[in-house]
Design a protein around this ligand. Structure first.
Ligand code: LRH
Length: 482
C-alpha cells in the first residue's frame, strides 16, 4: 500500500479529512470524511463545538487509515479562535466563536489607550478587526474560568493536542492573534504589555513543517501517524498551494470569507495600509501575506439560511442560475463592511444598505444573489488595485482558490472587475497546502515554495477566465458606495 498524508481542514461551515498521495511530482487528493461546523448560539453567546470537530477528525483518520497507511497528519483551520486547557491538559469549557460580539468592549479599551497606528506597528495586524484573538483573550481574562487556564492553544494546535498530547503554537495561526509581530515572526512583548496578556499562556512557537511526534497510542488502530505542524491558518495553507508562476500574483482565498492579498517577504505597516484595512499575516517559508478580509460568500450563505428558515427554496445551483440571468450591477454593497459580520437577517441587511445608498432594493432572489456577487467582484478588484498602490507587487494574474473558485459567475465577474485573467483552482487549496508541507517535512518532497507550487500546478484542477468588457461600469458602481 502507498503512503498517504492526511489533511484535516476545518472551515467555518464544515470540516474535512482528506488524504493526499504524492507521486510523480503531483498530489492526488481524496476526500474521506466531511462533517458540519458552524457557530452554536447559546443564550447571548456563540460557541464552537470543538469536541464534535475532534470526533469528526478521528472518524476521518480511522477511515483514511483503512484506505491506505497514513504516515502523517496536519491540521489547518480558520483563524483567531482558540481553546484553553488546565494544568492536567483538560479542555476548559467550549471555545467561543469569533463572531461572538463579546470582544467589542475590549477592542474599544485597547484603542482608547493607543492609536491604531501604534497598534498596527507593533504587529502588522489590523487592530480594527474585533474578532482578533487578543480581544477575545482580554475578555476571557475577566471570566471566572481564567484562573484555571494553564495554556491557550489555537484551533489547529488544540485539535493536534487532543490527537497527540503534543503542544505548540504554529506561527501562521499564531499570527492571526495580533500578538505576534509579522516583522520578527516572534511574540510582540509590547503588544502583550499593552493588552496585559501574559505570553507564558502560549505554547512554544513553531514554524510550519515542525514534526510534533506520534498520535496517542491506540487512537487510530494499526497506525503510526505523526503530527506535523503545517500552515495552521487555512489561508496560509491555501496560499502555499496557489499555483502561481512568479511573484506577480494576487490571491483570493474564497470561501465563507474572501481573503484577498499578495505574498511579501516583509510586512507593510504604513498608515495608508492600516487605513485601507490591510493586515499582515504569516505564511509558510518566511513569507508574509498582505491581505484584507472581505465578508466573502458569508453574504450568500446567510441569505440562504434566512430563506431556508422562512421555508423557502434556497438551492445554490438555482440561485446562481437566477443570478446569472439577472441584470448586472443594478445595486452593490460594500463587501468589506463590518455591517455584515454578525449572524443576522442578511437579505434585510443588504436591502437596508441599498436603500441607504440610494440604490434599488433587489426584488427577487436572483437579483439579491446578483447583488452579492457583483459586490464581491467589485470588492475583489478594489482590494487588488489597492495592494499594488500600497507597495505590493504588480499583479499580472489573480488566483482564486478554495470553495468559491467553483462559482463560475463570481470568477468571471472578478476577472471583469479586475480587468485581469483569473486562474481558478484548486478548490481544496488549503488541504493541498497542508499536504505538501507535510510531505516536505517527512522527506518526500523538497525545494522552496516555488518548487512546491509546481507540484500543485502539476496536480490539475485549474480553470482560466479572461476579462470581458471594460472597467467603466465597475467604476460607476463603485462611485455609488465608496
Ligand atoms: C478564513 C479565515 C480568515 C480569518 C477568518 C477568521 O477561513 O481563516 O483568514 O482569519 O477565517
Amino acid at each position: 500500500m502507498a503512503t498517504q498524508h492526511a489533511a484535516v481542514d476545518l472551515g467555518a461551515s464544515n470540516g474535512r479529512v482528506m488524504i493526499g498521495l504524492v507521486a510523480d511530482d503531483a498530489v492526488t487528493l481524496t476526500e474521506i470524511h466531511r462533517f458540519p461546523n458552524g457557530g452554536i448560539p447559546v443564550g447571548d453567546h456563540l460557541y464552537t463545538d470543538t469536541l464534535g470537530l475532534y470526533a469528526g477528525v478521528v472518524e476521518g483518520l480511522r477511515r483514511a487509515n483503512r484506505v491506505g497507511k497514513v504516515c502523517s497528519v496536519g491540521v489547518d483551520s480558520w483563524g483567531v479562535d482558540y481553546g484553553r486547557i488546565d494544568v492536567e491538559g483538560q479542555l476548559l469549557g467550549s471555545p467561543r466563536h469569533y463572531r461572538d460580539e463579546r470582544t467589542i468592549a475590549q477592542q474599544e479599551k485597547l484603542r482608547a489607550q493607543f492609536t491604531d497606528d501604534e497598534l498596527y506597528r507593533m504587529t502588522g495586524i489590523q487592530p480594527g478587526a474585533a474578532y482578533n484573538t487578543i480581544y477575545q483573550l482580554m475578555d476571557d481574562m475577566t471570566s471566572v474560568q481564567w484562573p484555571l487556564v494553564d495554556q491557550v492553544l489555537f484551533t489547529p494546535d488544540l485539535v493536534g493536542f487532543l490527537l497527540s498530547g503534543a503542544r505548540g503554537a504554529e506561527a501562521t495561526i499564531a499570527s492571526t492573534s495580533q500578538l505576534l509581530d509579522a516583522a520578527t515572526r516572534q511574540w510582540s512583548p509590547e503588544m502583550a504589555r499593552a493588552a496585559r496578556i501574559p505570553l507564558e499562556i502560549f505554547a512554544e512557537l513553531q514554524e510550519p513543517g515542525t514534526r510534533r511526534g506520534r498520535l496517542r497510542p491506540g487512537l487510530i488502530e494499526g497506525s503510526e501517524i505523526e503530527l506535523v505542524a503545517v500552515g495552521g491558518h487555512d489561508t496560509a495553507s491555501a496560499v502555499a498551494a496557489t499555483p502561481a508562476v512568479d511573484e506577480h500574483f494576487a490571491f483570493i482565498s474564497c470561501g465563507t470569507w474572501s481573503v484577498v492579498g499578495a505574498e511579501l517577504l516583509e510586512p507593510i505597516k504604513s498608515s495608508e495600509a492600516l487605513a485601507a484595512g490591510y493586515t499582515n499575516e504569516l505564511g509558510i517559508d518566511g513569507t508574509v501575506r498582505f491581505n484584507r478580509n472581505l465578508t466573502g460568500l458569508w453574504l450568500l450563505q446567510e441569505c440562504q439560511r434566512a430563506w431556508q428558515e422562512a421555508g423557502e427554496d434556497a438551492n445554490l445551483f438555482d440561485l446562481l442560475d437566477a443570478a446569472a440571468r439577472s441584470k448586472e450591477l443594478v445595486s452593490v454593497v460594500d463587501a468589506g463592511s463590518e455591517v455584515f459580520l454578525a449572524r443576522g437577517d442578511m437579505p434585510s441587511l443588504i436591502a437596508e444598505e441599498c436603500r441607504r445608498t440610494g440604490q434599488p432594493v433587489p426584488q427577487d432572489k436572483g437579483a439579491m444573489v446578483r447583488c452579492v456577487l457583483d459586490s464581491l467582484a467589485l470588492a475583489h478588484a478594489r482590494t487588488i488595485r489597492a495592494i499594488q498602490e500600497l507597495g505590493g507587487p504588480e499583479v499580472h494574474a489573480v488566483h482564486i482558490v478554495g470553495g468559491g473558485c467553483q462559482n463560475e459567475l463570481l470568477c468571471q465577474l472578478t476577472a471583469d472587475a479586475c480587468q485581469l485573467p483569473v486562474v481558478a483552482g484548486p478548490v481544496e487549496a488549503a488541504a493541498l497546502g497542508n499536504i505538501i508541507v507535510q510531505a516536505r517535512a517527512m522527506g518526500e518532497l523538497d525545494g522552496d515554495r516555488a518548487a512546491l507550487r509546481k507540484v500543485i500546478a502539476n496536480s490539475g484542477g485549474v480553470i482560466r477566465y479572461e476579462p470581458h468588457g471594460s472597467a467603466r461600469p465597475w467604476d460607476e458602481a463603485a462611485s455609488r458606495i465608496f
